[in-house]
Design a protein around this ligand. Sequence first.
Ligand code: 13P
Length: 257
Amino acid sequence: MTRRPYIVGNWKMHGTRAMLSEARAIDRAAQRHMKVEVALAPPFTLIHPIHREAEQISVGAQDCHQADGGAYTGDISAAMVADAGAKFVILGHSERRQGHGESDALVRSKAQAALAAGLRIIMCCGETAQTRESGKAVAFVKKQLKASLPAPADAPADIAERITVAYEPIWAIGTGNVATTADIAEMHAVIRKLLVDLYGEEQGREVRILYGGSVKPENAAEIFAVPEVGGALVGGASLTADSFMGIALAAGEPSDH
Ligand code: 13P
């Protein structure tokens, strides 16, 4: 890892204000582990309260709408989450692609809106078990990612600062089935090549690629030792400071690579 590892907790639809104490504990621990960049994406309702108190961690959203504003009941714009204190937004998560029918084109338009609002983005990609079993995982992820990321002509100049990619095989999310280190290495290498092809050597090399899917303190060190793994997008294990910071700690350890 050349840049600081990036460890992001995706709280999904978990957390009321009772969880603020956990966010505080994560923030305090992050202040002691500056070798790692720690961030949390809580539900929308907790973005502002966590942002207001946080001294070290950055706070992000789990989605935003593609429009600047308007008659979109129940939706929230990139500018609104930025106003609440969000510094980044997770886009294209499989739970939104599958549960809300988000297409690659829609995800790309959300990415444009988020970048225009000054947010960083974490762009998710990943295949189903069926796609992997049929031997088409690499082709699928390449196509999905290429169609979801901003086209090179529309990308900001500081792409490596503004964009992070997260590889999250759907069959590994919340299942306890982590991808093998060989599978992670293969897919991250494919994603790296795509990023270099799209955005050029200088920027494409520097974009961090996170792995997500059943990352736990127990398996984190092994995953972070895989080439091209620049951190993790963590679901279940980010809900307590103990397990989340266990993962962050593993990322801060020097690896063999
Ligand atoms: P789990 O860590 O619970 O498998 O979730 C991964 C994920 O979807 C993070 O975005």
